[in-house]
Design a protein around this ligand. Structure first.
Ligand code: SF4
Ligand code: SF4
Length: 331
């Protein structure tokens, strides 16, 4: 078994492209905030033009199509083919499993690298309580259909207080699903979660007790597992991806963020206006990335400080890593 922390690199970038914010589900933790991200659906010509804004580094950029639910876009297949033509390093579609507009018959497994299904519980009961009635079965059905057509599939499990108890059941569940990659995410306190009555992120003790163990158990089946590091040891170096990597979270109202934790605020680094990528004036998220604090991630301290803890001298007991710093474990 191999385990590695994936270091940030300026030589590799990620383009998280929200082509619409519309969705058929209303997940209790949905991070889409239409007040901040708008309600429009980009037309295919605009999608192509915006992809071209990033074409100079396409060969080193992983493109992830997101929504809302991206398969609700009637021209997603054309968007995929355009990205393929431009030459992005990899293309992924994240889906809630409903696979609208007959997408599996409009693209082939050669057009994309991964189809990534979101599932937030090992049982129908837990998943559907979070993601909506019938969504568990849709994911199972979608995985089967995608597998039959030879698409490489992955799964995303967003861990919260509501479903961490079922993560231990996931190794058994995924063993028969044919997925190649499994992503564990921490629930972000943004979008719908920011208004939750109860704090949804899990404690450090629960995280460290459960996540690495489950990840190892899934990786043992030959499935590569990625999960956020979240907590740094004293000897580990803190880095903010906003300073040392290239991540772009593009929304259909033209906002472009570099940090997902900032997405509930008008703090985006860039705006796409008249089809040009324009840096935003101060103050925006990039002015915050260089702040050095004892707690590690600045935005975490501002937005979700409940996951910090302090000793009797008022010093943080640990630092929070950049939310984009990942551990990878594979056989
Ligand atoms: S599937 Fe995604 S976009 Fe749709 S409600 Fe759930 S989290 Fe939000
Ligand atoms: S999560 Fe924190 S460390 Fe990472 S980019 Fe955002 S502000 Fe920087």
């Amino acid at each position: 078994m191999q385990k590695q922390t994936v270091a940030f690199s300026r030589d590799s970038s990620n383009l998280f492209f929200h082509i619409l914010t519309k969705c058929n589900l209303s997940c209790t933790h949905c991070y889409i905030n239409t007040e901040q991200h708008g309600t429009n659906t980009l037309d295919i010509e605009t999608i192509k033009t915006w992809l071209n804004l990033f074409s100079d580094k396409a060969a080193t950029t992983n493109l992830i199509y997101l929504g809302g639910e991206p398969t609700l876009h009637p021209d997603l297949s054309l968007a995929v083919k355009s990205a393929k033509k431009i030459g992005f390093k990899s293309i992924t579609i994240d889906t809630n499993g409903y696979l609208f507009h007959d997408i599996l018959n409009k693209i082939s497994s050669n057009d994309i690298d991964f189809l990534s299904f979101s599932l937030d519980g090992a049982t129908r009961k837990t998943n559907d309580a979070i993601r909506g009635e019938g969504s568990f079965d849709k994911v199972m059905d979608g995985l089967q259909k995608a597998g039959n057509r030879h698409f490489l599939c992955s799964m995303i499990y967003t861990v919260s207080d509501k479903n961490i108890h079922e993560l231990k059941l996931m190794p058994k569940l995924v063993s028969g699903l044919g997925i190649k990659r499994f992503f564990i995410q921490v629930i972000g306190m943004r979008g719908a979660s920011s208004g939750a009555k109860k704090y949804l992120q899990v404690s450090r003790d629960s995280w460290l007790e459960i996540i690495p163990q489950v990840a190892a158990s899934i990786a043992d089946q030959g499935i590569a597992v990625t999960y956020p590091k979240v907590f740094l040891n004293r000897e580990e170096i803190f880095e903010c991806a906003g300073n040392v990597a290239q991540n772009y979270f593009v929304f259909p109202n033209g906002r472009v963020y570099q940090c997902p934790i900032c997405e509930d605020f008008s703090l985006h680094s860039y705006i796409i206006k008249e089809n040009r990528l324009i840096p935003m004036p101060k103050i925006n998220e990039s002015d915050l990335f260089s702040l050095t604090i004892a707690e590690g991630c600045v935005m975490n301290k501002i937005i979700q400080p409940q996951n910090l803890s302090y000793d009797k001298n008022g010093m943080p007991e640990y630092r929070i890593a950049c939310c984009m710093l990942k551990e990878e474990i594979f056989k």
